[in-house]
Design a protein around this ligand. Structure first.
Ligand code: FAD
Length: 564
C-alpha cells in the first residue's frame, strides 16, 4: 500500500529530489524549498527519520547560535585547527572548511523555519579536548524538549527511538549523563526526580514530549510540513535516471509500481549508510562483521551509495563506521556509553589482558578491537569485567543499581557471574592467570589514580561519563567486591561512514575526474568529513545537515538564503 504524508501534488516533476528522510535529507529539502525549488522527499520505509530519529540528536557544530547563546567562547581558528587534527589527511581541507564556514548559517535557517530549539549540552567534551583547538566544555548542542503536537498526526510515522523509554519518560542527553550515576551522586538523584516529575505532569496534561533524535526528526518534519514539502513514505529509489551524463531524475517504486520522477536541478542521495547490508559490509569491512551489531536504521542498506557508484562516483572510507563497543543482547545490541567510563570496570581480550583505554572515544575503542584481533588472541568478542560494587552504584544499560541483570542475558551467554575471577575466566574462555594479574594491576592503578598502561581518566572526555565522587580518578575504582561479572562486548556501530566522495558543495566526484552533473550526496551516503575519527558528540549529524544544506544551495545556484 502506498502511503502519502504531506501536501498532494499533481505534478511528478520536481526541481530537486531528496532521497532519504534523515537529518541530511530533511535539512536539504527545507533549504531547497526556501530557495524556491519544487522539492520532494522520498523515503523507502514506512517511517521517516532514519537513524536520525533513533539517535541522541546531538549536533556538533562549532560557533553555532545555541553555543553562542550559552556564552561558549570559540574561534574559527581553533575549530579549524581541531578539525584538521581529528579528520587529518582523510578529508580534503576544502570539505572541512565548508563544514565549519556554513554549518552555523545552516542551523540559523533551520531554527528560523522549524519548531526545533537547540541547547548546549553542558561540558559534553570534544572527544580529543587536549588536542590543538579542542574544547573540554564541548561544542555539542541537543534538541530542547518538544511537544509532539507540533507534527500532529505525522507523529505516527516518526521512526521510533532505538531504546524506547517507558511510556511518558523523556530523557535528554544532559539528563542521561547524570542518571547513569545511579545512586552515587546527588545530581543523579535530583535529575531522576526531575525526569520523574516531568513524566507525571506530561501524563496529567495528556501531552507527549519528544527529546534527542525524536525531537530533531520531528522538528525537521514539522518544518517541511509548514513549507508544504511532500514526503512520500514507502517510496524506495531504485536507481538514477541519467541522460547525457547528467542525473535528471530517479527511478522509484510507488505503491510497488516502477515510475520515474524528474528533477531539473538535481538529486540528493541521503539514504544513510550501508550498515544493514550484510553483503556490502563483508565486501568492504574487516571480519568479523555482519548486520546484527549495528543500531543504525533498518532501511539503511547502502542504496544511495550503490546508485552513485553505478553512476561513476568515487567511494572512500568504506571500511570504516561510527563504531562503538556494544553488548549483543538478543533483543538488539546495546551501544555502550557511560558503562565503559564509570569506575570499576575494564575490558579484556582472550589472554585476559586490557588492550585499550575503555573510556576512549567509541570509534577508537573499536579500532583497537579490530587492530589487535588475531586468531591466537581474539579481541572480538572482548569482555567487560566488573564487580558488585559497580552494580550497586551505577545504571547499567538501563538497569537501575542493585537490580539483578535479567536471567535471559545469562542464558544467552552474554553475561556471566562468579564469586571467583578464576572461575569467571573459565566460563568465558579467557586466561585465568591473565585476568587475575590484570585485575590486580588495575586495582593498583585505581589506588594511585594513574593508569600507566592506557591513560584511562587522563582526558577531560573520559571524565564526562566518570563518577566525580570517585577519587583520585573519576574513571578508576578497584574490582574487589564479588560477585564479579563478565559482559560480552562486540564491535557495534551507529552506522557506516564511508560512501560517495563529494566536494565542498556536496557534488559527487566522478571516477574519471570532475563532478557528476546533477548528483549530490550527504550524511552517511557520503564519505564523511570526519574521516576515520569523530570530533565530538554530534559529529555525524552536524556535517550531515550542513552538506545537505550546501547541496540544496548549489542546486538552487545560491550561496546563502538571506531572508529565512
Ligand atoms: C542510537 C543512535 C544514537 C546516535 N546518536 C547520535 C548523536 O547524538 N549525534 C550524532 O551526530 N549522531 C548520532 N548517531 C548517528 C546518526 O544518527 C547518523 O549518523 C545520522 O543520523 C545519519 O543521518 P543521514 O541523514 O545520513 O541518514 P539517516 O538518518 O539514517 O536517514 C536515511 C534515510 O534514508 C532512507 N533510505 C534508505 N534507502 C532509501 C532508498 N532507496 N529510497 C528512499 N529512502 C531510502 C532510510 O530508510 C532512512 O530513513 C546515532 C545513531 C544511532 C542509531
Amino acid at each position: 500500500m502506498f502511503y502519502y504524508v504531506g501536501v498532494e501534488t499533481e505534478e511528478p516533476e520536481f526541481d530537486f529530489i531528496v532521497v532519504g528522510s534523515g537529518a541530511a535529507g530533511m535539512t536539504a529539502a527545507l533549504t531547497a524549498v526556501l530557495a524556491g525549488l519544487r522539492t520532494v522527499v522520498l523515503e523507502k520505509t514506512e517511517f521517516y527519520g532514519g537513524s536520525t530519529a533513533r539517535s541522541g540528536g546531538g549536533v556538533w557544530l562549532p560557533g553555532n547560535a545555541a553555543l553562542r547563546k550559552a556564552g561558549r567562547q570559540d574561534s574559527p581558528a581553533d575549530a579549524a585547527k581541531y578539525l584538521a587534527y581529528v579528520a587529518g589527511e582523510d578529508t580534503p581541507q576544502s570539505l572541512r572548511s565548508a563544514f565549519l564556514e556554513h554549518g552555523p548559517a545552516m542551523l540559523d535557517l533551520i531554527l528560523a523555519n522549524t519548531p526545533l530549539t537547540l541547547e548546549w549540552v553542558p561540558n559534553y567534551s570534544d572527544y580529543y579536548p587536549e588536542a590543538p583547538g579542542g574544547k573540554a566544555s564541548g561544542r555539542s548542542v541537543e534538541p530542547g524538549l518538544m511537544d509532539a503536537k507540533v507534527i500532529g498526526r505525522d507523529i505516527a510515522q516518526l521512526r521510533p527511538p532505538y531504546l524506547p523509554a517507558p511510556v511518558g519518560i523523556t530523557v535528554t542527553q544532559a539528563n542521561y549523563r547524570w542518571m547513569s550515576l545511579g545512586t552515587s551522586h546527588w545530581r543523579a538523584l535530583t535529575t531522576t526526580a526531575r525526569v520523574t516529575g516531568r513524566m507525571i505532569t506530561t501524563k496529567l496534561r495528556k501531552r507527549q514530549l519528544l527529546s534527542m533524535g525524536q525531537a530533531l526528526a520531528a522538528g525537521l518534519r514539522a518544518g517541511l510540513a509548514r513549507a508544504d514539502v511532500p514526503l512520500w513514505l514507502n517510496t524506495p529509489m531504485t536507481g538514477l535516471d541519467i541522460q547525457d551524463g547528467r542525473v535528471v531524475g530517479v527511478q522509484v517504486l510507488r505503491g510497488g509500481v516502477p515510475a520515474v520522477l524528474k528533477a531539473s536541478r538535481g538529486v540528493l542521495l541521503a539514504t544513510g549508510g550501508f550498515e544493514r547490508n550484510a553483503e556490502m559490509r563483508q565486501r568492504y569491512q574487516r571480519a568479523p562483521i555482519g548486520t546484527e551489531w549495528t543500531v543504525g536504521s533498518p532501511g539503511n542498506t547502502g542504496d544511495g551509495i550503490v546508485a552513485g557508484e553505478e553512476a561513476g562516483g568515487v567511494l572512500e572510507l568504506m571500511d570504516d563506521a561510527w563504531w562503538g563497543p556494544s553488548i549483543p543482547l538478543a533483543s538488539g545490541p546495546v551501544f555502550c556509553l557511560a558503562e565503559r567510563s564509570l569506575p570499576g570496570s575494564l575490558f579484556v581480550n582472550a589472554a585476559g589482558e586490557r588492550f585499550v583505554n575503555e573510556a576512549a572515544p567509541y570509534v577508537d575503542a573499536v579500532h583497537a578491537m579490530y587492530d589487535k584481533h588475531t586468531d591466537d588472541n581474539p579481541h572480538i568478542p572482548c569482555w567487560m569485567i566488573t564487580d558488585q560494587r559497580y552494580r550497586n552504584r551505577y545504571v547499567f544499560t538501563g538497569m537501575p543499581p542493585r537490580k539483578a541483570l535479567p536471567r535471559r542475558w545469562y542464558k544467552a551467554g552474554v553475561v556471566f557471574k562468579s564469586d571467583s575471577l578464576a572461575e569467571l575466566a573459565g566460563q568465558i574462555g579467557v586466561s585465568a592467570d591473565g585476568l587475575i594479574k590484570t585485575v590486580d594491576k588495575f586495582n593498583e592503578f585505581a589506588r594511585t589514580g594513574k593508569d600507566t598502561d592506557f591513560g584511562r581518566g587522563d582526558s577531560a572526555y573520559d571524565h564526562y561519563y566518570g563518577d566525580p565522587n570517585c577519587k583520585p580518578n573519576p574513571n578508576l575504582a578497584p574490582l574487589a567486591q564479588p560477585p564479579f561479572y563478565a559482559i560480552k562486548i562486540v564491535p557495534g556501530d551507529l552506522g557506516t561512514k564511508g560512501g560517495l566522495r563529494t566536494d565542498e558543495r556536496a557534488r559527487v566526484l566522478a571516477r574519471d575526474g570532475g563532478v557528476i552533473a546533477g548528483l549530490y550526496a550527504a550524511g552517511n551516503t557520503s564519505a564523511m568529513v570526519m574521516g576515520r575519527s569523530y570530533a565530538g558528540p554530534g559529529a555525524t549529524i552536524g556535517p550531515a545537515m550542513t552538506f545537505g544544506y550546501l547541496a540544496a544551495l548549489d542546486a538552487a545556484e545560491k550561496d546563502v538564503i538571506r531572508k529565512p
